[in-house]
Design a binder for this molecule. Structure first.
Ligand code: F6P
Length: 344
């Protein structure tokens, strides 16, 4: 029996509650563990704030989007932040001996530093962007792809009715996973991703060719982090979060103007934004989140620390946090080339 702290950090993601429920259910049933849910990510850990979690407290949350614990992008190691000492003080206040942080590169980056300092930690990978190394998929990604695909289907019919080009901006800061998957599923005519800086002349030429061949509308799917070959990040707002990331959003606005100006085709844009992160998780993400939660408790039972649960093929395994954090997992070039077959 142990008392374990759980937290959810970074951007929220469909399936977080499935993980929380699974961790608590498995931990209580198999090991008689007690749980404390820190509120608002590392902010709650530093403040020692949250609430005890038992099986009753996690009933009914499996289909719920967001996180019952709340989240934040607080970074205990930012500037002269409280760091390891602050985290240990919060853990002591809450009476927990170890932590299960559920998060992406930033939240798990903090977990990695804590593990190096000797704090017992097992991480669970989360991001709709699917850009975390060490795992084939993160939960939340499939739900986001479905939301984006549904939107592309809808935009297709209106684009066709009006003979318009529609630019659809999806999330994906470093990696174009959501754009490539939803673009392939939605039959996009072009997909622009951060891994492949685009040439606006080539994009417009491609759209002209389509029109010359008889197609009178086009759908362009673009990741928020996509950028042109010869300019900076046109989508940046200039604002930074606590982990130093630029707040993105707006590449579709620039593309809408440029495409219409250069081709003369009437163009509209839609930024899907946070709708991709909201709402109920699909079945895949509920199942993956559940498997990850159970695996995190199993890893603790084996005495692991400094690891993260991960999907490899169809198996859930654990990998060192350092491996997962080394660099972002970029889009598989072969996947993009398959999507490209259907452009135009
Ligand atoms: O969680 C990842 C992500 O969804 C990115 O794709 C996006 O750039 C970012 O979060 C948005 O963060 P926020 O909700 O803080 O604006």
């Amino acid at each position: 029996m142990a008392r374990i702290g759980i937290l959810t950090g970074g951007g929220d993601c469909p399936g977080l509650n499935a993980v929380i429920r699974a961790v608590v259910r498995k931990g209580v049933k198999s090991h008689d563990h007690e749980f404390f849910g820190f509120q608002y990510g590392w902010a709650g850990v530093l403040a020692g704030e949250g609430r005890p979690l038992d099986i009753n407290a996690t009933r009914g949350i499996l289909p719920r989007g967001g996180t019952i614990l709340g989240t934040s992008r607080t970074n205990p190691f930012k500037d002269d932040g409280p760091g390891v000492e602050g985290v240990l003080a919060g853990m002591e206040q809450a009476g927990v001996e170890m932590l299960i942080p559920i998060g992406g590169e930033d939240t798990l980056g903090v977990a990695g530093k804590l593990a190096e300092a000797g704090v017992p930690v097992v991480g669970v990978p989360k991001t709709i962007d699917n850009d975390l190394a060490g795992t084939d998929f993160t939960f939340g990604f499939q739900t986001a792809v479905q939301i984006a695909t549904d939107a592309i289907d809808r935009l297709h019919t209106t684009a066709e009715s009006h003979n318009r080009v529609i630019v659809v901006e999806v999330m994906g800061r470093h990696a174009g996973w959501i754009a490539a998957y939803s673009g392939m599923a939605g039959g996009a005519d072009a997909i622009l991703v951060p891994e492949r800086p685009f040439d606006i002349d080539e994009v417009c030429e491609h759209l002209r060719r389509r029109h010359v061949q008889g197609s009178r509308f086009s759908i362009v799917v673009v990741s928020e982090g996509a950028h042109p070959k010869d300019e900076g990040l046109i989508a940046s707002t200039g604002e930074l979060d606590a982990f130093g990331h630029e707040r993105l959003g707006g590449v579709a606005v620039a593309l809408e103007g440029e495409i219409e100006k250069r081709t003369g085709y009437e163009t509209r844009m839609t930024i899907l934004g946070h709708v991709q992160r909201g709402g109920t998780p699909n079945a895949y993400d509920r199942v993956l989140g559940t498997r990850f939660g159970v695996a995190a408790i199993d890893a603790i039972a084996r005495g692991e620390t400094g690891t993260m649960v991960a999907l490899r093929g169809s198996e859930v395994v654990t990998v060192p946090l350092a491996e997962a954090l080394a660099e972002p997992k970029l889009l598989d070039p072969a996947f993009y080339e398959t999507a490209e077959v259907f452009f135009g």
